[in-house]
Design a protein around this ligand. Structure first.
Ligand SMILES: C[S@@+](CC[C@H](N)C(=O)[O-])C[C@H]1O[C@@H](n2cnc3c(N)ncnc32)[C@H](O)[C@@H]1O
Length: 235
């Protein structure tokens, strides 16, 4: 947890926003509300045992750009590393969840009402034919081996991106962009709106995003808090 998140926990998002808002332009405030409006939490990306940090970073970047908030990295043999040069820092805007393996991640999401699908080039059901009426989590596998056997067993189904050429599979990060873009559009259509952030999470994210955009935000918040709590000295 970052210092900023700790301060949000301690003081609540409203106070953090009050402290930082005066330092932000109207355009920036409006942009943050626009992105919050479009944030989807009922579609999440999961990657399993990736070894190339560039692929992981590109997957994060596509996930964030599509307006999805949660990215789960399940670490089999390889530790998941974020390549800042490729994400351009965008991993800070979303929630990155690390797991030691796919099964506990899939179980936790299922317990929250998600259907968990593994992607595979030879899956008989394609992207346009899976049910998007409930929250969905999609698993992308290792660059060479694809999703592991234990990973497939932990999922509720499999899904493919149709292929029409001689090539037998897409690159991992290309797959993330293709699948999540299509499913995000389908999910938004079912919801009838662009985003689905619950109010409490929206308030916390707003506070975090204000803080991420301001150099020295932690100090600004601490000064704001101590100014507000300084005992009043009688004249
Ligand atoms: C390079 S592929 C791995 C190829 C591996 N031989 C296999 O059969 O899964 C890496 C990942 O990209 C995704 N992928 C690639 N092409 C796909 C397709 N046509 N449909 C669904 N997922 C695909 C899957 O998540 C896969 O695990």
């Amino acid at each position: 947890m970052t210092d900023l998140d700790r301060l949000i926990d301690l003081h609540g998002p409203a106070l953090i926003c009050d402290a930082l808002r005066p330092l932000m332009t109207e355009q920036r405030l409006a942009r943050i509300e626009q992105v919050l409006d479009a944030r989807l939490t009922s579609l999440v990306t999961i990657v399993e045992d990736l070894y190339d940090p560039h692929n992981g970073a590109a997957a994060i970047r596509s996930t964030e750009a599509l307006g999805l908030q949660d990215f789960h990295a399940c670490e089999g043999v390889h530790r998941f590393a974020v390549n800042d040069g490729v994400t351009k820092g965008c991993h800070r805007w979303l929630d990155l969840h690390r797991w030691p393996a796919l099964p506990p991640c899939a179980d936790a999401l299922r317990a929250r009402g998600f259907k968990v699908y593994a992607t595979a080039p030879d899956a008989p059901v394609d992207l346009d034919h899976i049910d998007v009426s409930a929250p969905i989590a999609v698993v992308f596998g290792n660059e060479h081996a694809g999703v592991s056997d234990a990973g497939f067993a932990a999922c509720d189904g499999t899904v493919s991106i149709p292929m029409f050429g001689f090539t037998e599979s897409f690159n991992l990060s290309v797959s993330v962009a293709l699948v999540m873009s299509r499913l995000a559009a389908r999910r938004r259509e079912v919801l009838g709106r662009r985003g689905d952030l619950p109010d409490e999470r929206r308030d916390r994210l707003r506070a975090r995003w204000y803080g991420l955009g301001i150099r020295g935000a932690v100090g600004v918040i601490e000064r704001h808090v101590s100014a507000g709590t300084r005992p009043v000295v009688a004249p």
